[in-house]
Design a protein around this ligand. Structure first.
Ligand SMILES: [Zn+2]
Length: 333
């Protein structure tokens, strides 16, 4: 149960992320500038420098698998010998993604994989050839058909549980493990390179985006960490921010999320609802619940910050918001 202010804040947060991504892309932000402006960030939150002249960084991770980033968003592509498989198409990167691919291969893009439906991750997909196969989970395809968005071509190939995409000498395993961040958000696994991509769940070196990355399903969001760890991977691509991740990054965020959950439960048990009701009265029930939930979330944040405040980027910004989402999940899930 949440007030209009909460819903508004949620939307503002979502729009802000898209705007920030587009702005960073447009401004050609370099790593040096970013660092200068964020002196208080923990080292874990820092990533490689983005070449300022190009506005993107492209690196081969292993055996024809590359990641491309502008320092805020991340994509991944594979050279197969018979065409390129591109995963996602963030608008902040836009055609810089095409330049990155052209930097390392002459092969055309023949396959496009959507991690999920969100525009900030696939909103530049129309730049890829119309003849390419567009692949997504069935639930994502339903939402994209409804969106009728020319920037996000409707998938031409869908799957429900799992799909092995073999092109040339490369293989990507696409798995759906249930609801987490959004309907149809999939695990994208390259077995030969031992690389796992899962977008908008784990943010290496950082706390998640606001309210557990606006998780559609908080239990599923937590489960997704363990599901990720069930893959045999060494490199993790989260779709966001400054750097690639490791298994340890997934474990670290799981520990943070578990602490949030435990501290949210403690805060729920120890926050005095009636004391708050004494201040607000019972007539305006939204006011009462708003004050109460904010108080519980703040107590949870106060319990969480001593351990995490200096370990993950943005903990001081969004730990109370994550607590709020966790409190709601404990109340209703
Ligand atoms: Zn998303």
């Amino acid at each position: 149960m949440s007030g209009i202010r909460k819903a508004k804040r949620l939307w503002i947060g979502m729009l802000a992320l898209l705007a920030i991504g587009l702005t960073l892309g447009a401004l050609n932000f370099g790593g040096a500038t970013t660092r200068a402006q964020t002196g208080s960030l923990p080292n874990a939150a820092r990533g490689p420098q983005i070449p300022q002249d190009k506005g993107y960084l492209v690196q081969e991770i292993k055996d024809g698998l590359y990641w491309v980033t502008d320092g805020t968003y991340q994509g991944m592509f594979l050279r197969t010998g018979k065409g390129v498989i591109a995963v996602d198409a963030p608008p902040s990167l836009g055609t810089k993604y095409l330049k990155a691919i052209a930097e390392v291969t002459k092969e055309p893009v023949t396959h496009v994989v959507y991690s999920h439906t969100h525009k900030d991750h696939i909103g530049a997909a129309k730049m890829f050839p119309k003849s390419a196969k567009y692949i997504a989970h069935r639930d994502a395809a339903v939402l994209l058909a409804r969106a009728k968005d020319p920037d996000r071509p409707v998938p031409t190939v869908t799957f429900t549980r799992s799909m092995s995409l073999r092109v040339g000498r490369q293989t990507l395993v696409l798995d759906y493990r249930g609801l987490n961040h959004s309907p149809g958000n999939i695990f994208i696994y390259a077995p030969r390179q031992k690389v796992l991509m899962l977008v908008d769940v784990v943010f290496p070196g950082w706390v998640p985006f606001i309210r557990l990355a606006l998780a559609h399903d908080v239990r599923g969001f937590i489960d997704a960490h363990r599901q990720a760890l069930s893959y045999d991977f060494t490199v993790f691509i989260g779709g966001h921010l400054t750097r690639l991740g490791t298994r340890q990054d997934v474990r670290t965020q799981l520990a943070y999320v578990n602490d949030l959950r435990a501290n949210a439960a403690t805060a729920l048990k120890t926050t005095d609802f009636m004391a708050i009701a004494k201040e607000t009265g019972f007539e305006n029930q939204w006011l009462l619940f708003d004050r109460y939930l904010d108080a519980v979330a703040q107590k949870c944040a106060d319990l969480t910050m001593p351990k995490w405040g200096t370990r993950l980027g943005g903990a001081e910004v969004w730990t109370a918001e994550h607590c709020w989402a966790m409190v709601e999940s404990l109340n209703i899930d």
